[in-house]
Design a protein around this ligand. Structure first.
Ligand code: ZN
Length: 285
């Protein structure tokens, strides 16, 4: 089973996770920029984060034979903090980098005017830089949040076929499907979607424009959820080609819209800027 996780925050995961993911079939992923769990105190904090998503994290992933790309943006949650919003001025130069394959994740968290502004501005940046957008739908008031998202999208220059609506569930998927956007499901241990519910949605709505991700981060989450959905699809009677479509060909097609996806073999340099993932000298030396 070849797997492309289209949304996972590897910066908050360990090398053990990379090892287990590779053993489960994950050979490519997209890491969207993310908040820290605690507030950032300045825009400079994003600069280091973005640089890590373009340098250190692809280096770590390559050690395990995994192709790493990223999506960059001001996160919806951070759009409400005036200490963070100045990063929008720095974002355009980052959106020109080779391994940036989308603007994201953007969207709504608490559904505030500041979030409206950040979403519209970043959809504009996606259109201007020829990138698709990864749009997070809010966890509370899901349907109202989706309606508001679709209204802002309709005003933007970015066409729906270049947008993925993420964190969908049974309450939002039908409305989202009508929009013409791509549809994504984050499969979590206790919240959002689980394997069985995801398979039921795929059976009902088909595999066209469908993406499945683990959205694993520093919270309770599981980087092997993509594989578990693949196994659940097979157990439910889907064929191997169906699984390949959802877990590989669909994400390749979506992020391929950037024109920057590179799924070739990665070099595995021993060091990145003088540092490695090995800690200390091998035993006995
Ligand atoms: Zn995320």
């Amino acid at each position: 089973m070849r797997i492309f996780d289209p949304h996972i925050h590897m910066s908050s995961r360990t090398t053990d996770d990379y090892e287990r993911m590779r053993a489960s079939g994950v050979t490519a992923l997209v890491e969207p920029s993310f908040w820290l769990g605690q507030p950032r105190t300045s825009a400079a904090s994003f600069v280091d984060h973005f640089d890590a998503l373009l340098g250190w994290e692809p280096y770590r992933a390559a050690q395990y034979g995994i192709a790493h790309h990223c999506a960059l943006a001001l996160n919806p949650k951070e759009a409400n903090d005036p200490r963070c919003t100045p990063i929008l001025k720095e974002l355009p130069r980052y959106l020109e980098k080779d391994s940036v394959v989308a603007v994201g994740e953007i969207g709504y968290d608490s559904i505030t005017p500041a979030e409206d502004e950040a979403l519209a501005a970043q959809l504009e940046l996606a259109a201007r830089h020829g990138l698709p957008a990864l749009v997070h739908t809010p966890h509370r008031d899901k349907l109202a949040g989706l309606e508001r998202t679709l209204a802002v999208l309709a005003e933007s220059e970015l066409p729906p076929e270049r947008v993925v609506l993420d964190h969908l569930n049974e309450t939002t998927v039908d409305r989202a499907a009508d929009s013409g956007c791509w549809l994504a499901f984050s499969v979590y241990p206790d919240t959002k979607m689980d394997e069985a519910r995801t398979v039921a949605v795929l059976r009902r709505l088909g595999l066209d424009r469908m993406l499945v991700n683990s959205a694993a981060d520093w919270g309770k989450s599981d980087p092997l959820k993509t594989r578990k959905v693949g196994d659940a699809m097979l157990a439910a009677g889907f064929g191997e080609d169906d699984v390949d479509r959802v877990l590989w060909r669909n994400p390749v097609e979506f992020y391929g819209l950037s024109g920057r996806l590179d799924l070739g073999e990665r070099e595995r340099p021993e060091l990145f800027e003088g540092n490695s993932i090995a800690r200390g000298a091998p035993a006995g030396r």
